[in-house]
Design a binder for this molecule. Structure first.
Ligand SMILES: C[S@@+](CC[C@H](N)C(=O)[O-])C[C@H]1O[C@@H](n2cnc3c(N)ncnc32)[C@H](O)[C@@H]1O
Length: 386
């Protein structure tokens, strides 16, 4: 089955004919119904959705939709406009967009007063910029938003595969970025969890940490019927703005930045695993096996010592400074420490974990009070996270 994503239409929608094996009918803006209307008008909708779902792996107009990459196109112009209106790009702003897909949001950002748009996308696209005569404002990085270094940004719009909502939110909120707002189109249930709705793990780590550094606002719920092809879950648009006054301490005696660095380090293997599972869905089996093996070999908490030993953790006087970043966890020892020093350092961490009976535990499964207990123990033993 073939199909076409018409990149010259706004919003882009990939057109389908009927299900079964009939070829997908081409619609052009002049001869066929408007794409958005086609996607949202009641009589056509079920038929179109079925056709789209049947033609999951289309290839047309240079764009093939992949279910595993979360490639569901938001087709309601009103919702797209809401995203831009709330993000309010100001003149001169640098905008980061993760998961631009066919560029339905990108086209609007390009037309906004923002100075530049940096898009990070695993797959492709955004060929529309040239058509709009605005290509000079757009930089596209082809890659995984979890794996690549992200540029500085004033505002960020996230519309990405829902499997990595959690680690990407953490990367944006707890990294060193100074931003005005992050707007996320994410699974509705994820937002409910972040908002701490009863029954959704009120005290999960991301919720706790996000509340410390940012104010969160639910902008709107978006029905699954607004996407083509239709996903199995509903979505929400949520916005984070950094707190004007950020607390200095997480709890009395524990520095907030140290807590964030500690939890980021402790959870890094879980985030890497989430990204790997995403890739697994994308049939990149090699990467998945590598990371899975890493997980099977150690508890995630134990991986603290791995990440510190490999990426700049440690200091000659025994006080640990992590300062590691995601991009240099390639197994090379960039710290400038001897092997003996790294081994000794790992042993110190292992000793702390053993004494807390937390060796081989997954950090992502520990309640926050256990994590806090562990951090206090590390600090007590002169192991610091900064
Ligand atoms: C929900 S679609 C976005 C659709 C887009 N707003 C549009 O209208 O065309 C999610 C997009 O995120 C991309 N994506 C998924 N995982 C990604 C990752 N780890 N890094 C960067 N992009 C990713 C997918 O390829 C897909 O284009």
């Amino acid at each position: 089955m073939s199909g076409e994503c018409n990149l010259s239409q706004d919003p882009v929608v990939c057109h389908g004919g009927s299900e079964a094996n009939s070829p997908i009918k081409q619609e052009s803006p002049s001869s066929g119904p408007n794409a958005a209307a086609l996607a949202t008008s009641a009589p056509n909708r079920p038929r179109l959705r079925r056709a789209v779902a049947a033609a999951w792996h289309w290839h047309g107009g240079g764009f093939r939709l992949h279910k595993a990459r979360g490639q569901h196109l938001l087709t309601n112009p009103r919702v797209l406009d809401v995203i831009i209106a709330h993000a309010t790009p100001h003149p001169g702003n640098a905008v980061l967009e993760t998961g631009p897909g066919t560029g339905n949001i990108t086209a609007r950002l390009l037309a906004s007063p923002a100075a530049s748009i940096a898009a990070v996308e695993v797959d492709a696209v955004t060929a529309r910029a040239a058509g709009l005569g605005l290509a000079h404002k757009l930089t596209v990085t082809k890659g995984d938003a979890m794996a690549v270094g992200l540029p500085e940004f004033d505002i960020c719009i996230v519309s990405i595969s829902y499997g990595i909502s959690s680690p990407l939110t953490a990367k944006l909120l707890f990294g060193l970025y100074r931003f005005r707002a992050v707007t996320l189109l994410v699974q509705a249930q994820f937002v409910r969890r972040l908002m701490g709705a009863p029954g959704h793990g009120e005290h999960n780590l991301l919720t706790t940490n996000a509340r410390l550094v940012a104010d969160m606002r639910l902008l709107m719920d978006v029905s699954r019927t607004e996407f083509v092809p239709m996903p199995i879950v509903d979505s929400s648009i949520v916005e984070f703005r950094p707190k004007q006054v950020r607390p200095k301490e997480f709890v009395t005696g524990v520095d907030l930045d140290e807590w964030l660095e500690f939890t980021r380090t402790a959870q890094a293997p879980a985030a890497a695993l989430a990204a790997a599972q995403e890739e697994e869905k994308q049939e990149e089996e090699d990467t998945r096996r590598h990371l899975q093996a890493g997980r099977d070999g150690h508890g995630a908490i134990n991986a603290i010592s791995e990440s510190q030993g490999h990426s700049g953790g440690g200091s000659k006087d025994g006080v640990v400074v992590t300062g590691n970043n995601e991009d240099d966890c390639d197994g090379s020892d960039t710290s400038g420490f001897s092997k003996e020093e790294v081994v000794a350092f790992k042993e110190r961490i292992a000793g702390a974990l053993q004494s807390a009976a937390l060796a081989n535990k997954m950090a992502s499964q520990l309640p926050n009070d256990e994590l806090l207990r562990l951090l206090r123990l590390f600090i007590h033993r002169g192991i610091r996270f900064r």
